[in-house]
Design a protein around this ligand. Structure first.
Ligand code: NAP
Length: 310
């Protein structure tokens, strides 16, 4: 297929390279020239705008940051809609709000362009290894047309429902992954402050009901103090903003996600926005007297007084 690809960052670059490996002919554009260099080296055609990408493509895939970016790429000046021939499919794989995805889909439909929302989970390793989980919203027949492209980038590919449904699934995913990162960071902080080896704790927990991919992968990165992104904290903050906006819209209580969203706010406010989400452990450490182990644990009762006074 002739495939356009816009958004060649941590995720988009390896995803596009996997499409090229799958034999598809790529047309790319990026704001910064260096973002598209690896794709040009792999034989992709470089374009001067998103409109030019769309002009020669059957499907345009978008992997940018947030809703305003998707809107700009799709509907802005020199955007996809300006260059598209009728029948083009615009598959947005970025994580944005479900309502924003639906709004963009409606406006593209008025220009004869079908849109799928197809956000992903699996992070940079999943993108590199073509092992992403892809959650798709949009019309079933459009999904079937694009499925061969998704299969070049992912393994678990699920058509969730109509327009916006893929983004709802991704918001659910971010509740689970965000709270799992917070849980692992809290557990490893407790181990460290108790003077116990966090690596041994992680090893033990991996064999029981506390096992999770987050404990395995993110837990190891926390212990190794490897904060290179990965998944930037400001992106995870954005995802929990989307979750909390949905909760507000629906009148829904999401107390755990709300607390986790505050942790991501604190990370960005502490200047950790460009670091990986696993840097949450630094904020927890700072909230509890730094990363040092506790010298002596109180014999009993913590800070409570023994005379019954409070
Ligand atoms: P990233 O490394 O920052 O890459 C984003 C790319 O989008 C950049 O290359 C940037 O282009 C381009 N871009 C942003 N805004 C644009 C605009 N208005 N017009 C044109 N290009 C624009 O981010 P990422 O980690 O790949 O994440 C991309 C999306 O995937 C996000 O929605 C994120 O939430 C989601 N996601 C990320 C992960 C992860 O682990 N990283 C996992 C699952 C989902 P330039 O290079 O030209 O500046």
């Amino acid at each position: 297929m002739q495939v356009g690809f816009i958004g060649l960052g941590i995720m988009g670059r390896p995803m596009a390279l996997n499409l090229a490996k799958g034999g598809h002919r790529l047309r790319v554009w990026s704001r910064r020239r260096e973002s598209m260099e690896p794709l040009l080296a792999a034989g992709a055609t470089g374009c001067a705008s998103a409109a030019e990408v769309a002009a020669g493509a059957e499907v345009v895939i978008c992997m940018v940051a947030d809703a305003p970016d998707v809107e700009q790429v799709a509907l802005g000046p020199a955007g996809v809609a300006e260059g598209a021939r009728p029948g083009l499919v615009f598959a947005d794989m970025s994580t944005i709000a479900p309502a924003a995805a639906q709004g963009i889909a409606v406006r593209l439909a008025q220009r004869g362009i079908d849109m799928l929302d197809a956000p992903v989970s699996g992070g940079e390793p999943g993108a590199i290894n073509a092992a992403l989980t892809i959650m798709v919203g949009g019309r079933a027949e459009v999904f079937e047309r694009v499925r061969p492209l998704f299969e070049c980038m992912g393994r678990a590919i699920t058509h969730i429902g109509g327009s916006g449904a893929g983004q709802v699934a991704k918001a659910c995913n971010q509740i689970v992954t965000g709270m799992a990162i917070a849980a692992v960071a809290e557990a490893l902080n407790l181990a460290r402050r108790s003077g116990v080896d966090g690596a041994r704790v992680r090893e033990a927990l991996l064999g029981g009901f506390a096992y999770s991919k987050t404990l395995e992968v993110h837990g190891r990165r926390m212990l190794e103090r490897d904060f290179q992104p990965g998944f930037k904290s400001w992106m995870h903050q954005k995802d929990l903003r989307i979750v909390m906006e949905e909760a507000h819209r629906l009148g829904l209580a999401l107390p755990g996600a709300a607390a986790t969203a505050q942790m991501f706010n604190a990370m960005v406010g502490s200047g950790l926005g460009e670091e990986d989400s696993v840097a949450m452990i630094k904020v927890l450490e700072a909230m509890s007297g730094g990363g040092r182990p506790h010298a002596a644990l109180p014999a009993s009762g913590g800070g409570r007084r023994s005379d019954g006074a409070t």
